[in-house]
Design a protein around this ligand. Structure first.
Ligand code: COA
Length: 259
């Protein structure tokens, strides 16, 4: 159905594979449009409870925006180009369901930005992260200057973006860019395992947690606390809340229905 990505739904988990392995899964305009469609649908599709994004092949998650397209940009087009990518990655970070990046190799430029737009990053031992845009005479345009400092701190973000250096999986883990490191062989299976674990929880609670955590990026602490309290209050209106608390008190495993 799509030209640049593969999608598969398995046990309420939507698996998206960026599928241009011959170009190390570089992001072109068509690919971003396809991602946008998939995430619009995932947001409202009742059957999708979690999403995993990975790259086709053994070498790359995504090696950046397609440099053939970048090469043709002029300012007006470039603004649209950046804003469209930011919008698509915003759809990912604001999805009301968990999104796990299974980073199976290079995550450079737009690839690092895509991984950062996801809620959790599991990475393979051969993963390499970087924002090498300065090597091309440009700056990150899909959210890198905004998300990277929030994830790893201002000084480290400055160093990565200004030097264009690549870092390996261990360094990405050390500075908080990677949540966990696995061998290439087990990475995907571990992503599915984590997705299933999250899916087994109260779905509305998971969704409202993502929503409140994301709100912390834009609100003052006082406003954020109010936002959290409102989302907390909302969870007490759900059947899952009654089931979760009752199951604990009755010493049994909760069976959440996402209601
Ligand atoms: N855009 C377009 N094509 C890309 C690409 C990108 N971002 N990254 C890799 N490719 C293409 C290469 O041009 C090559 O295509 P070809 O076989 O038709 O020549 C193919 O993918 C394989 O890449 P190659 O460079 O031969 O692999 P490598 O193992 O020698 O190097 C990288 C891997 C990731 C170090 C190197 O491809 C690279 O530096 N890519 C660009 C990274 C970048 O600057 N990204 C940020 C863009 S904002």
């Amino acid at each position: 159905m799509f030209n640049n990505i593969l999608t598969e739904e398995k046990e309420n988990i939507l698996i998206i594979t960026i599928n241009r392995p011959e170009k190390l899964n570089a992001l072109n305009e068509g690919l971003l449009k396809e991602l946008s469609m998939v995430f619009s649908n995932a947001n409202v599709n009742e059957n999708v409870h979690a999403v995993i994004i990975t790259g086709a092949g053994e070498k790359a998650f995504v090696a950046g925006a397609d440099i053939n397209e970048l090469n043709k940009l002029e300012p007006v087009k470039a603004k649209d180009f950046a804003e469209f990518g930011q919008k698509v990655f915003g759809q990912i970070s604001e999805l009301n369901k968990p999104v796990i990046a299974a980073v199976n190799g290079f995550a450079l430029g737009g690839g690092c930005e895509l991984a950062m737009a996801c809620h959790i990053r599991l990475v393979s031992e051969n993963a390499k992260f970087g924002q090498p845009e300065v090597n091309l005479g440009i700056i990150p345009g899909y959210g890198g200057t905004q998300r990277l400092p929030k994830l790893i701190g201002l000084g480290r973000a400055m160093e990565l973006i200004l030097s264009g250096d690549l870092i390996d999986a261990n360094e990405a883990y050390r500075i908080g860019l990677a949540n966990k490191i696995y061998s290439s062989a087990e990475l995907f299976e571990k992503a599915v395992e984590l997705a299933k674990k999250i899916v087994s929880k109260g779905r509305i609670a998971v969704s409202l947690s993502i929503n409140a955590i994301n709100a912390s990026l834009n609100l003052s602490e006082t406003e954020g606390m109010k936002y959290e309290a409102a989302n907390f209050a909302l969870t007490t209106s759900t059947k899952d809340f009654k089931e979760g608390t009752s199951a604990f008190l009755e010493k049994r495993i909760a069976e959440f229905k996402g209601e």
